[in-house]
Design a protein around this ligand. Sequence first.
Ligand SMILES: Cc1cc2nc3c(=O)[nH]c(=O)nc-3n(C[C@H](O)[C@H](O)[C@H](O)COP(=O)(O)OP(=O)(O)OC[C@H]3O[C@@H](n4cnc5c(N)ncnc54)[C@H](O)[C@@H]3O)c2cc1C
Ligand SMILES: NC(=O)c1ccc[n+]([C@@H]2O[C@H](COP(=O)([O-])OP(=O)(O)OC[C@H]3O[C@@H](n4cnc5c(N)ncnc54)[C@H](O)[C@@H]3O)[C@@H](O)[C@H]2O)c1
Length: 459
Amino acid sequence: MSERYDAIVIGTGQSGPALAQRFDREGLRVAVIERKHFGGTCVNTGCIPTKTLVASARVAHMARRAAEYGVDLGSAVTVDMKRVKARKDAVVALSRVGVTDWMEGLKNGRVFRGHARFTGRRTVRVNGEELAADRIFINVGGRAFVPDIRGLDTVPYLTNSTTMEVDALPEHLIVIGGSYIGLEFAQAFRRFGSRVTVVEMADRLIPREDADVSEAVRDILQAEGIAVRTGTKCLSVSERDGRIALGGAGDGGKPQVEGSHLLLAVGRRPNTDDLGLDTAGVEVDDNGFVTVDDQCRTSVDGIWAIGDVNGRGAFTHTSYNDHEIVAANIFDDDNRRISDRVPCYGLFIDPPLGRVGLTEREVRERGIKALAAKRMMTTVGRARERGETQGFMKVVVDAGTKEVLGAAILGVNGDEAVQVFLTAMAERLPATSIARTMHIHPTVSEYLPTLIGDLKPLC
Ligand SMILES: Cc1cc2nc3c(=O)[nH]c(=O)nc-3n(C[C@H](O)[C@H](O)[C@H](O)COP(=O)(O)OP(=O)(O)OC[C@H]3O[C@@H](n4cnc5c(N)ncnc54)[C@H](O)[C@@H]3O)c2cc1C
Ligand SMILES: NC(=O)c1ccc[n+]([C@@H]2O[C@H](COP(=O)([O-])OP(=O)(O)OC[C@H]3O[C@@H](n4cnc5c(N)ncnc54)[C@H](O)[C@@H]3O)[C@@H](O)[C@H]2O)c1
């Protein structure tokens, strides 16, 4: 006999808990199932711990630069990785306990700690118990992708999850993958004191971005002593005298890289292979992501997929937004959709990259008649005061409607300042609405009206 609920939430990532709370507030019975740590990737092995490490790394970096600001520290800067990890663990614990208490405190909820698996279209088994509900939400997220590289089973390697357990400084960290995960870790470990080499198979770092963004990011990282090998696909790894050696193709046949530690940062895979989705009849795509419509509904009526698992976003904010879309449609008679959202994200190297909307390349590829402007951070007062003038800001605007199509700010506070564009984009306001708005001095955002004033046809 199965136990009946109004809703079952599988996984406590960045959308499941908020949706469970909404059911609870509506006075409906909800079962919440989590097989590992409450809060999922973001809280335990993703955003929060990486940004905590990035914060420690920034302190080390700025301490080394202290004399430039007229501050004497008296001795060489050293980093105690055990204390760095302890600080990270404490910050993670706050959030993990917060989510756990939140779910356990639901008035109409029951928490199950175990692996959930579908046994039918309306039923799920966990710890030998069968639960039934007419509404089931899949928020199972993903895990690090481990590629089929020759010899990988013969050497130790790190992923974003196991890197969280590192409490001693790697002598030489090799990072495979020069995108979000790879670059955030690469810079943090370099600042902690490791030698770092990034190996990226594309011809430039963060290949989704515009070439000028990739180039500037490479300059920032190389200036800190990070070795960058682009156009180099890692094809094999092997152990050589207790060290890890990479065999690659590309980069003009340069010698192989050899290091003490290896970090895989080559993308993520959805946690759908052990969920019994075929039993329920839920369709997945070729990469295992659950296929959903514009409102997160799967191919089976009464089953939704929210967060990274639906392949429609890979960020904490896209996962949270999925919950808002689903809740609005179920409870509020509000027809919210995935396609309503303006794409946005940050790359949290230091200085960070903030990105909204289309890249310049995408605008060109779509043949949109556009205006563009670019301003170097060396001209921004806030950046000069802080002695952090790397990077630039740029914006692309539709030549006809003057709506903002996309923007990038690589530079100090770029992750915050770029969000000035978001509301204008969501509300389809012309860029002149930003240009005519008074901004606070001295900030990075106050330069956005000047940037917009510089718009010229995109050739
Ligand atoms: C290193 C790293 C850094 C990141 N930094 C950022 C960042 O700065 N900003 C940003 O926006 N995004 C970042 N992300 C991405 C972000 O972490 C994810 O997009 C976000 O966590 C959304 O995940 P989710 O809601 O889909 O599920 P997840 O957070 O992945 O949670 C899924 C949960 O489901 C559980 N689960 C899985 N299968 C089952 C099952 N069968 N039964 C029961 N429970 C199950 C898992 O244990 C897990 O707790 C980062 C990711 C990584 C890896
Ligand atoms: N700041 C953030 O918001 C943030 C931070 C970290 C992670 N994330 C999320 O995590 C997801 C995964 O990030 P990621 O950086 O692991 O994946 P990714 O897909 O963004 O990048 C993987 C990189 O590895 C390269 N690569 C793949 N195989 C290779 C090989 N054999 N040799 C050399 N290079 C190889 C690819 O060309 C690519 O540039 C992202 O999609 C993102 O949504 C977000």
